[in-house]
Design a protein around this ligand. Structure first.
Ligand code: PMP
Length: 396
């Protein structure tokens, strides 16, 4: 019998989520997460994945996975520091370091894990973290885990960051001060003002930390937001994920040799959680090879997103201020946004509604994620459906 207190807690919490419209129903895909997906036996044009370059279903990655599984087995068998480090892991880390133009790289089991691992390995209760208010949940959790004081600065507001950096420095209270930002913000698609952040960091001796989950494989010829701004030697921590543009799973920290050495010695997910399986590592390695040798997929991604943004704004939709392929279509109130997404779904377009509290009240939007794998016909069909549904709901 389970505890009464637990049952009460679960029932009332779940009811509360339902009452607030925050109860998440999870769709099940019957097949791959490509540009077209199958749910309940029906096909949808998929505008909700992070598979930016279409590499999740690329035959070259699949072949590399199969081959690695045949040679190395299905699982890595241990944590990295016992004997779960295979030559495949080292090869991927070396390749990523070369690609990111940093001295070294450490690979973790996910991007989420990276933030839990890396922040808490260097920051503690004597330190302070200046964190953009729109940073990703894994950064927020990583900061909490570190026990450092967290001070949020207004989104991409450099005056606010400078002021807070000055106050933290002048207080003389902290051993270390870190500034953390997403490279690309995932809800609006805007890019962090890294050149300004680096200048402020250098003025106040801040540690710099950029989570580039949405910039890697997309900006800077694939090497990310830091490369895009030419700041590779001025940022301490570059976090990347292997689950979005790279198309597989995992995450990594790129930085100086000594930093990576420390993370290998002290970061807990590296020490206490089994390393990624050979098939995943081999697929990631092939993906990085593709990115390093050819920018065709990146160009296709940008061309597709330009076409989608253009098509939606021509129809009269507000596509926000995105500077990246992330294409929000701002609808407004929560109920209308949810209804809009439901109608898109009924018309064969899978594009999720993002509403309060994930985004501010009244700015509910459909978050469209075009990829390099979408064809012109697919994008034309999406625009056709947006026109049909928008007119029907009197939004355009
Ligand atoms: N950081 C950011 C900014 C992200 O958007 C995400 C993914 N939503 C993550 C980290 C987590 O990455 P992963 O899915 O590889 O755990």
């Amino acid at each position: 019998m389970s505890s009464q207190a637990l049952e009460q807690f679960l029932s009332s919490s779940i009811e509360d989520l339902k009452a607030k419209g925050l109860y998440n129903v999870i769709d099940t895909l019957q097949g791959a997460n490509g540009p077209v997906i199958q749910i309940d036996g029906k096909s949808f044009i998929n505008l909700s994945s992070n598979n930016y370059l279409g590499l999740a279903t690329d035959q070259r990655l699949i072949d590399a996975s199969v081959k690695a599984a045949q040679i190395y087995g299905a699982g890595a068998g241990a944590v990295r520091t016992i004997n779960g480090t295979m030559d495949l892991h080292i090869e991927l880390e070396d390749k990523l370091a070369h690609f990111k133009k940093t001295e070294a790289v450490i690979v973790y089991q996910s991007g989420f894990n990276c933030n839990m691992a890396a922040i808490s390995a260097v920051m503690d209760q004597h330190d302070v973290i200046l964190s953009d208010e729109l940073n990703h949940a894994s950064i927020i959790d990583g900061c909490r885990l570190s026990r450092a004081k967290v001070i949020r600065y207004k989104h991409s507001d450099m005056n606010d960051l400078r002021q807070k950096a000055k106050e933290a420095t002048e207080s003389g209270q902290y051993h270390k001060i870190m500034v953390i930002t997403d490279g690309v913000f995932s809800m609006d698609g805007d890019i962090a003002k890294l050149p300004d952040i680096v200048n402020i960091a250098e003025q106040f001796d801040l540690i710099t930390y950029v989570d580039d989950a949405h910039g890697s494989g997309v900006l800077g010829a694939g090497a990310g937001t830091v490369k895009h701004f030419g700041l590779s030697d001025r940022i301490d921590f570059q976090i990347g994920t292997l689950s979005k543009a790279i198309g597989v799973v995992g995450g990594y920290v790129a930085g100086k040799k000594q930093l990576i050495e420390w993370l290998k010695l002290r970061s807990r997910p590296f020490l206490f959680s089994t390393s990624l399986p050979p098939a995943a590592i081999a697929a990631c390695s092939t993906s990085v090879d593709i990115l390093m040798s050819d920018t065709e997929l990146i160009e296709k991604l940008w061309a597709n997103s330009k076409e989608l943004k253009h098509g939606l704004s021509q129809l009269g939709y507000d596509v926000g201020q995105s500077e990246t392929p992330i294409t929000p279509c701002i609808i407004g109130d929560e109920v209308t946004t949810q209804q809009f997404s439901k109608r898109l779904y009924e018309e064969g377009v899978y594009a999720k509604a993002i509403v309060f509290p994930t985004v501010p009240k009244g700015t509910g939007r459909i978050r469209n994620m075009p990829t390099a794998a979408h064809t012109k016909e697919m994008l034309d069909q999406v625009i056709f459906v947006y026109e049909k549904v928008g007119k029907e709901m009197k939004l355009i």
